[in-house]
Each structure stands twice: as structure tokens, then as C-alpha cells.
Design a protein around this ligand. Structure first.
Ligand SMILES: [Zn+2]
Length: 119
């Protein structure tokens, strides 16, 4: 799942996946334009702190992750197809490490980005 530092970025990404949203906690509905206005207002008046980020589900739901783990789903795609949304955020696993310096390297990389060791 991708992470976004502003609601505007999350909203623009989500708008590529669905065109109508409902607040998880009320019946307020938003179209794309309404969502972007909401995002702009939220980002300027109530920005999230550095440790927090937004996530977008494959169906277009927008969630807020405040502690890097648990996700608070704020906006659900409308109609909600009942797709499951994870309760927690998991970063893409970083499985490879340089054998020389221990720096994590992207899978498939031929050289370590830190020490240049051939992998
Ligand atoms: Zn290295």
C-alpha cells in the first residue's frame, strides 16, 4: 500500500480508483471535486504530524495511519463494495541486505547503493 503525506495526494490517487466517497462515521458523501476541496481544507487547517501518513486501499478507501501501524479508515468508496481493508499498515518487506556492509538493498539490485559491493 502506498503512503501519502497529505490528504490531497491521497485524494488525487484515490480519485483514480473511484469517483464517490462516504465518511466512515457519517452519511456525508463526496464526489471528486468535493473530496479535493475537503482535502485542501484539511491539509491547510489540520495537517497531520510527521509520524502520520495517509493510505489508499485498492478500492479507493482513504485511511489515516498515525502510529505507523493501525489504520483509521476515514473515507470509504461509495458504494462500498464490501472489500476488506487491512486494520494495520505493513511496509513492503525489505528482504535483501548487502553481505559486506549490511545496507538494505532493493531486490534485484546488482550493486550495494552504499558501499558499491557487487551483490
Ligand atoms: Zn554494502
Amino acid at each position: 500500500m502506498e503512503r501519502f503525506n497529505t490528504l490531497m495526494e491521497a485524494a488525487e490517487f484515490s480519485a483514480t480508483r473511484c469517483t464517490s466517497w462516504s465518511f466512515a462515521t457519517s452519511n456525508d458523501r463526496y464526489d471528486v471535486k468535493g473530496l479535493l476541496v475537503l482535502a485542501e481544507t484539511s491539509d491547510s487547517e489540520d495537517p497531520i504530524d510527521e509520524d502520520s501518513f495517509y493510505v489508499v486501499s485498492p478500492a479507493g478507501a482513504i485511511g489515516l495511519c498515525e502510529d505507523g501501524e493501525s489504520i483509521d479508515w476515514l473515507l470509504l468508496p461509495n458504494p462500498d463494495a464490501g472489500q476488506t481493508r487491512p486494520e494495520a499498515y505493513t511496509a513492503a518487506p525489505q528482504i535483501n541486505f548487502c553481505s559486506k556492509c549490511g545496507n538494505p538493498v532493493t531486490p534485484g539490485a546488482r550493486f550495494c547503493g552504499k558501499c558499491g559491493n557487487r551483490l
